[in-house]
Write a protein of this length. Sequence first.
Length: 257
Amino acid sequence: MARIGLGLAVFAAAYLVILVIVGWIAAGIVADKIQARLAGSLDAEVRVGGAEVGLISGGARVTDLHLERRKVDSLELDIERLEVDIAPLGWVLFDREPRRVKVKGGRLAISGAGALVLPPRPKQPPVRVGALEIEHGVIDLMATGYWPGLARMVITIEHARAGATTLRTGLSWLFTLEHLVARVDLPANITVRIAFQDGALSASGGFFGQTPVTIPFRLPKLDDRDEVTQLVALGKELGKQLAIERAKRWLGSQLAK
């Protein structure tokens, strides 16, 4: 029994050492793999600054990721750091789906909704993650015919959390959103704060006033055939419901007077 125990201990130690060495070697391979996968699934040009892989702890980190698409409209994505939770103790060789992805310091610039339209058959299938978290991210929406009269809208995401998501575009996570705290900057120095939690959406500032306007809102199920149209319709529906609720509040205050 002592020899068996010693043999198992030596085997476990050797296995952990091998995982450390393989993880160090795999860092460059992972960077190339991420670059090729994103480029093929999103039909974009992708560059990865660096990568680190921990096969024992089950974690990977990617830094200085840049993605760019210039088809109908332009889309640019820059991420300072991308932390990925993978299966620990080398099990990632068999279970390769990321369990959780955390984005820190990201910026997504979209010149028009056409930038989100992907080809019918991308070179690689979309990337699927078990959960997605965003900290200090910015979405910069430029002028587009989908929102006439709106020259630019900048959304600063303080924190967002989404469930299991298939990343067909840079905004696919909105359909699995669970929590959001953000600020929206509009033309004419108008700032609106947005929060979403437990099926309730609230907005304050600008047109909505200092007291938050809150509405119940359930996210629609994603239609794989036309995500862009759904995103546009979702934005318009949210704006309409919030405006109606704000108008009801104003009308109630006037009737009370």
